[in-house]
Design a protein around this ligand. Structure first.
Ligand code: ADP
Length: 216
């Protein structure tokens, strides 16, 4: 089971991937989380890529492909994985194909208004990375993670002025992947137009597609 979750920033890739990983027993591989971990650990690589991420720009292809390739070599990826945030450009998709073939691409369709509303209200746990939302997915105690008690914060790239830049980057660099995967007959669309729809409903839609395509 090798699945890609495709969609604009704030379309729910991370939220759905973190739930699907539990249901399907394969790891969630989030290049965004990998990037944030490098930055937090202040490694040489982290310093290099931190500037791109803070500006809402993509990390250069060679760098992110190298990071992903290493991660996919880990033993837990043998039985499959859910990719969240990769590929984000055509060269990344081509590189991925050379590493391992993909079975299905789920394309998350979410209107811009919903994305902006979600991202500007998103909170992330500093300790475990769990995702919350001030409007739709509130923590039980303000600014405290339900799962680990860690402190919740607003990502640097979720500041309003950066959100629009990220959407532009998505349109320009990532959206061409929709046609790319459609042509390969790997793409399935999922729709979420209403910001109040809980993640479980979308998860059910994704699970139905996995059954339809005989992946489960
Ligand atoms: P989003 O919420 O925008 O989907 P992510 O958490 O997936 O954001 O990623 C955060 C940042 O990490 C991106 O804005 C980008 O700078 C970097 N990044 C993550 N994945 C990739 C990738 N596949 N290619 C290039 N840069 C990436």
């Amino acid at each position: 089971m090798r699945i890609v979750l495709l969609g604009p920033p704030g379309s729910g890739k991370g939220t759905y991937a973190s739930r699907l990983t539990v249901k399907l027993g394969v790891p969630q591989i989030s290049t965004g989380d990998m990037v944030r971990e490098e930055i937090k650990a202040r490694t040489e690589l982290g310093k290099k890529i931190g500037e791109y991420s803070a500006r809402g720009e993509l990390v250069p292809d060679e760098t992110i492909i190298e990071m992903l390739k290493k991660r996919l070599e880990a033993p837990d990826c043998k039985k499959g994985f859910i990719l969240d945030g990769f590929p984000r450009t055509i060269p990344q998709a081509e590189a991925l194909e050379k590493i391992v073939p993909i079975g299905l691409v789920i394309n998350l369709n979410v209107p811009d208004e919903v994305i902006i509303l979600r991202l500007s209200n998103r909170l992330v746990c500093r300790r475990c990375g769990a995702i919350y939302n001030r409007l739709t997915l509130k923590p039980k105690i303000d600014n405290v993670c339900d799962k680990c008690g860690g402190e919740l914060y607003t990502r640097e790239d979720d500041q309003p002025k950066v959100i629009q830049d990220r959407l532009n980057v998505y349109r320009r660099q990532t959206e061409p992947l929709i046609a790319y995967y459609k042509k390969k007959r790997l793409l399935k669309d999922v729709y979420c137009k209403d910001p109040k729809v809980p993640p479980e409903v979308v998860i059910e839609d994704i699970m139905a597609i996995l059954k339809e395509t005989k992946l489960i």
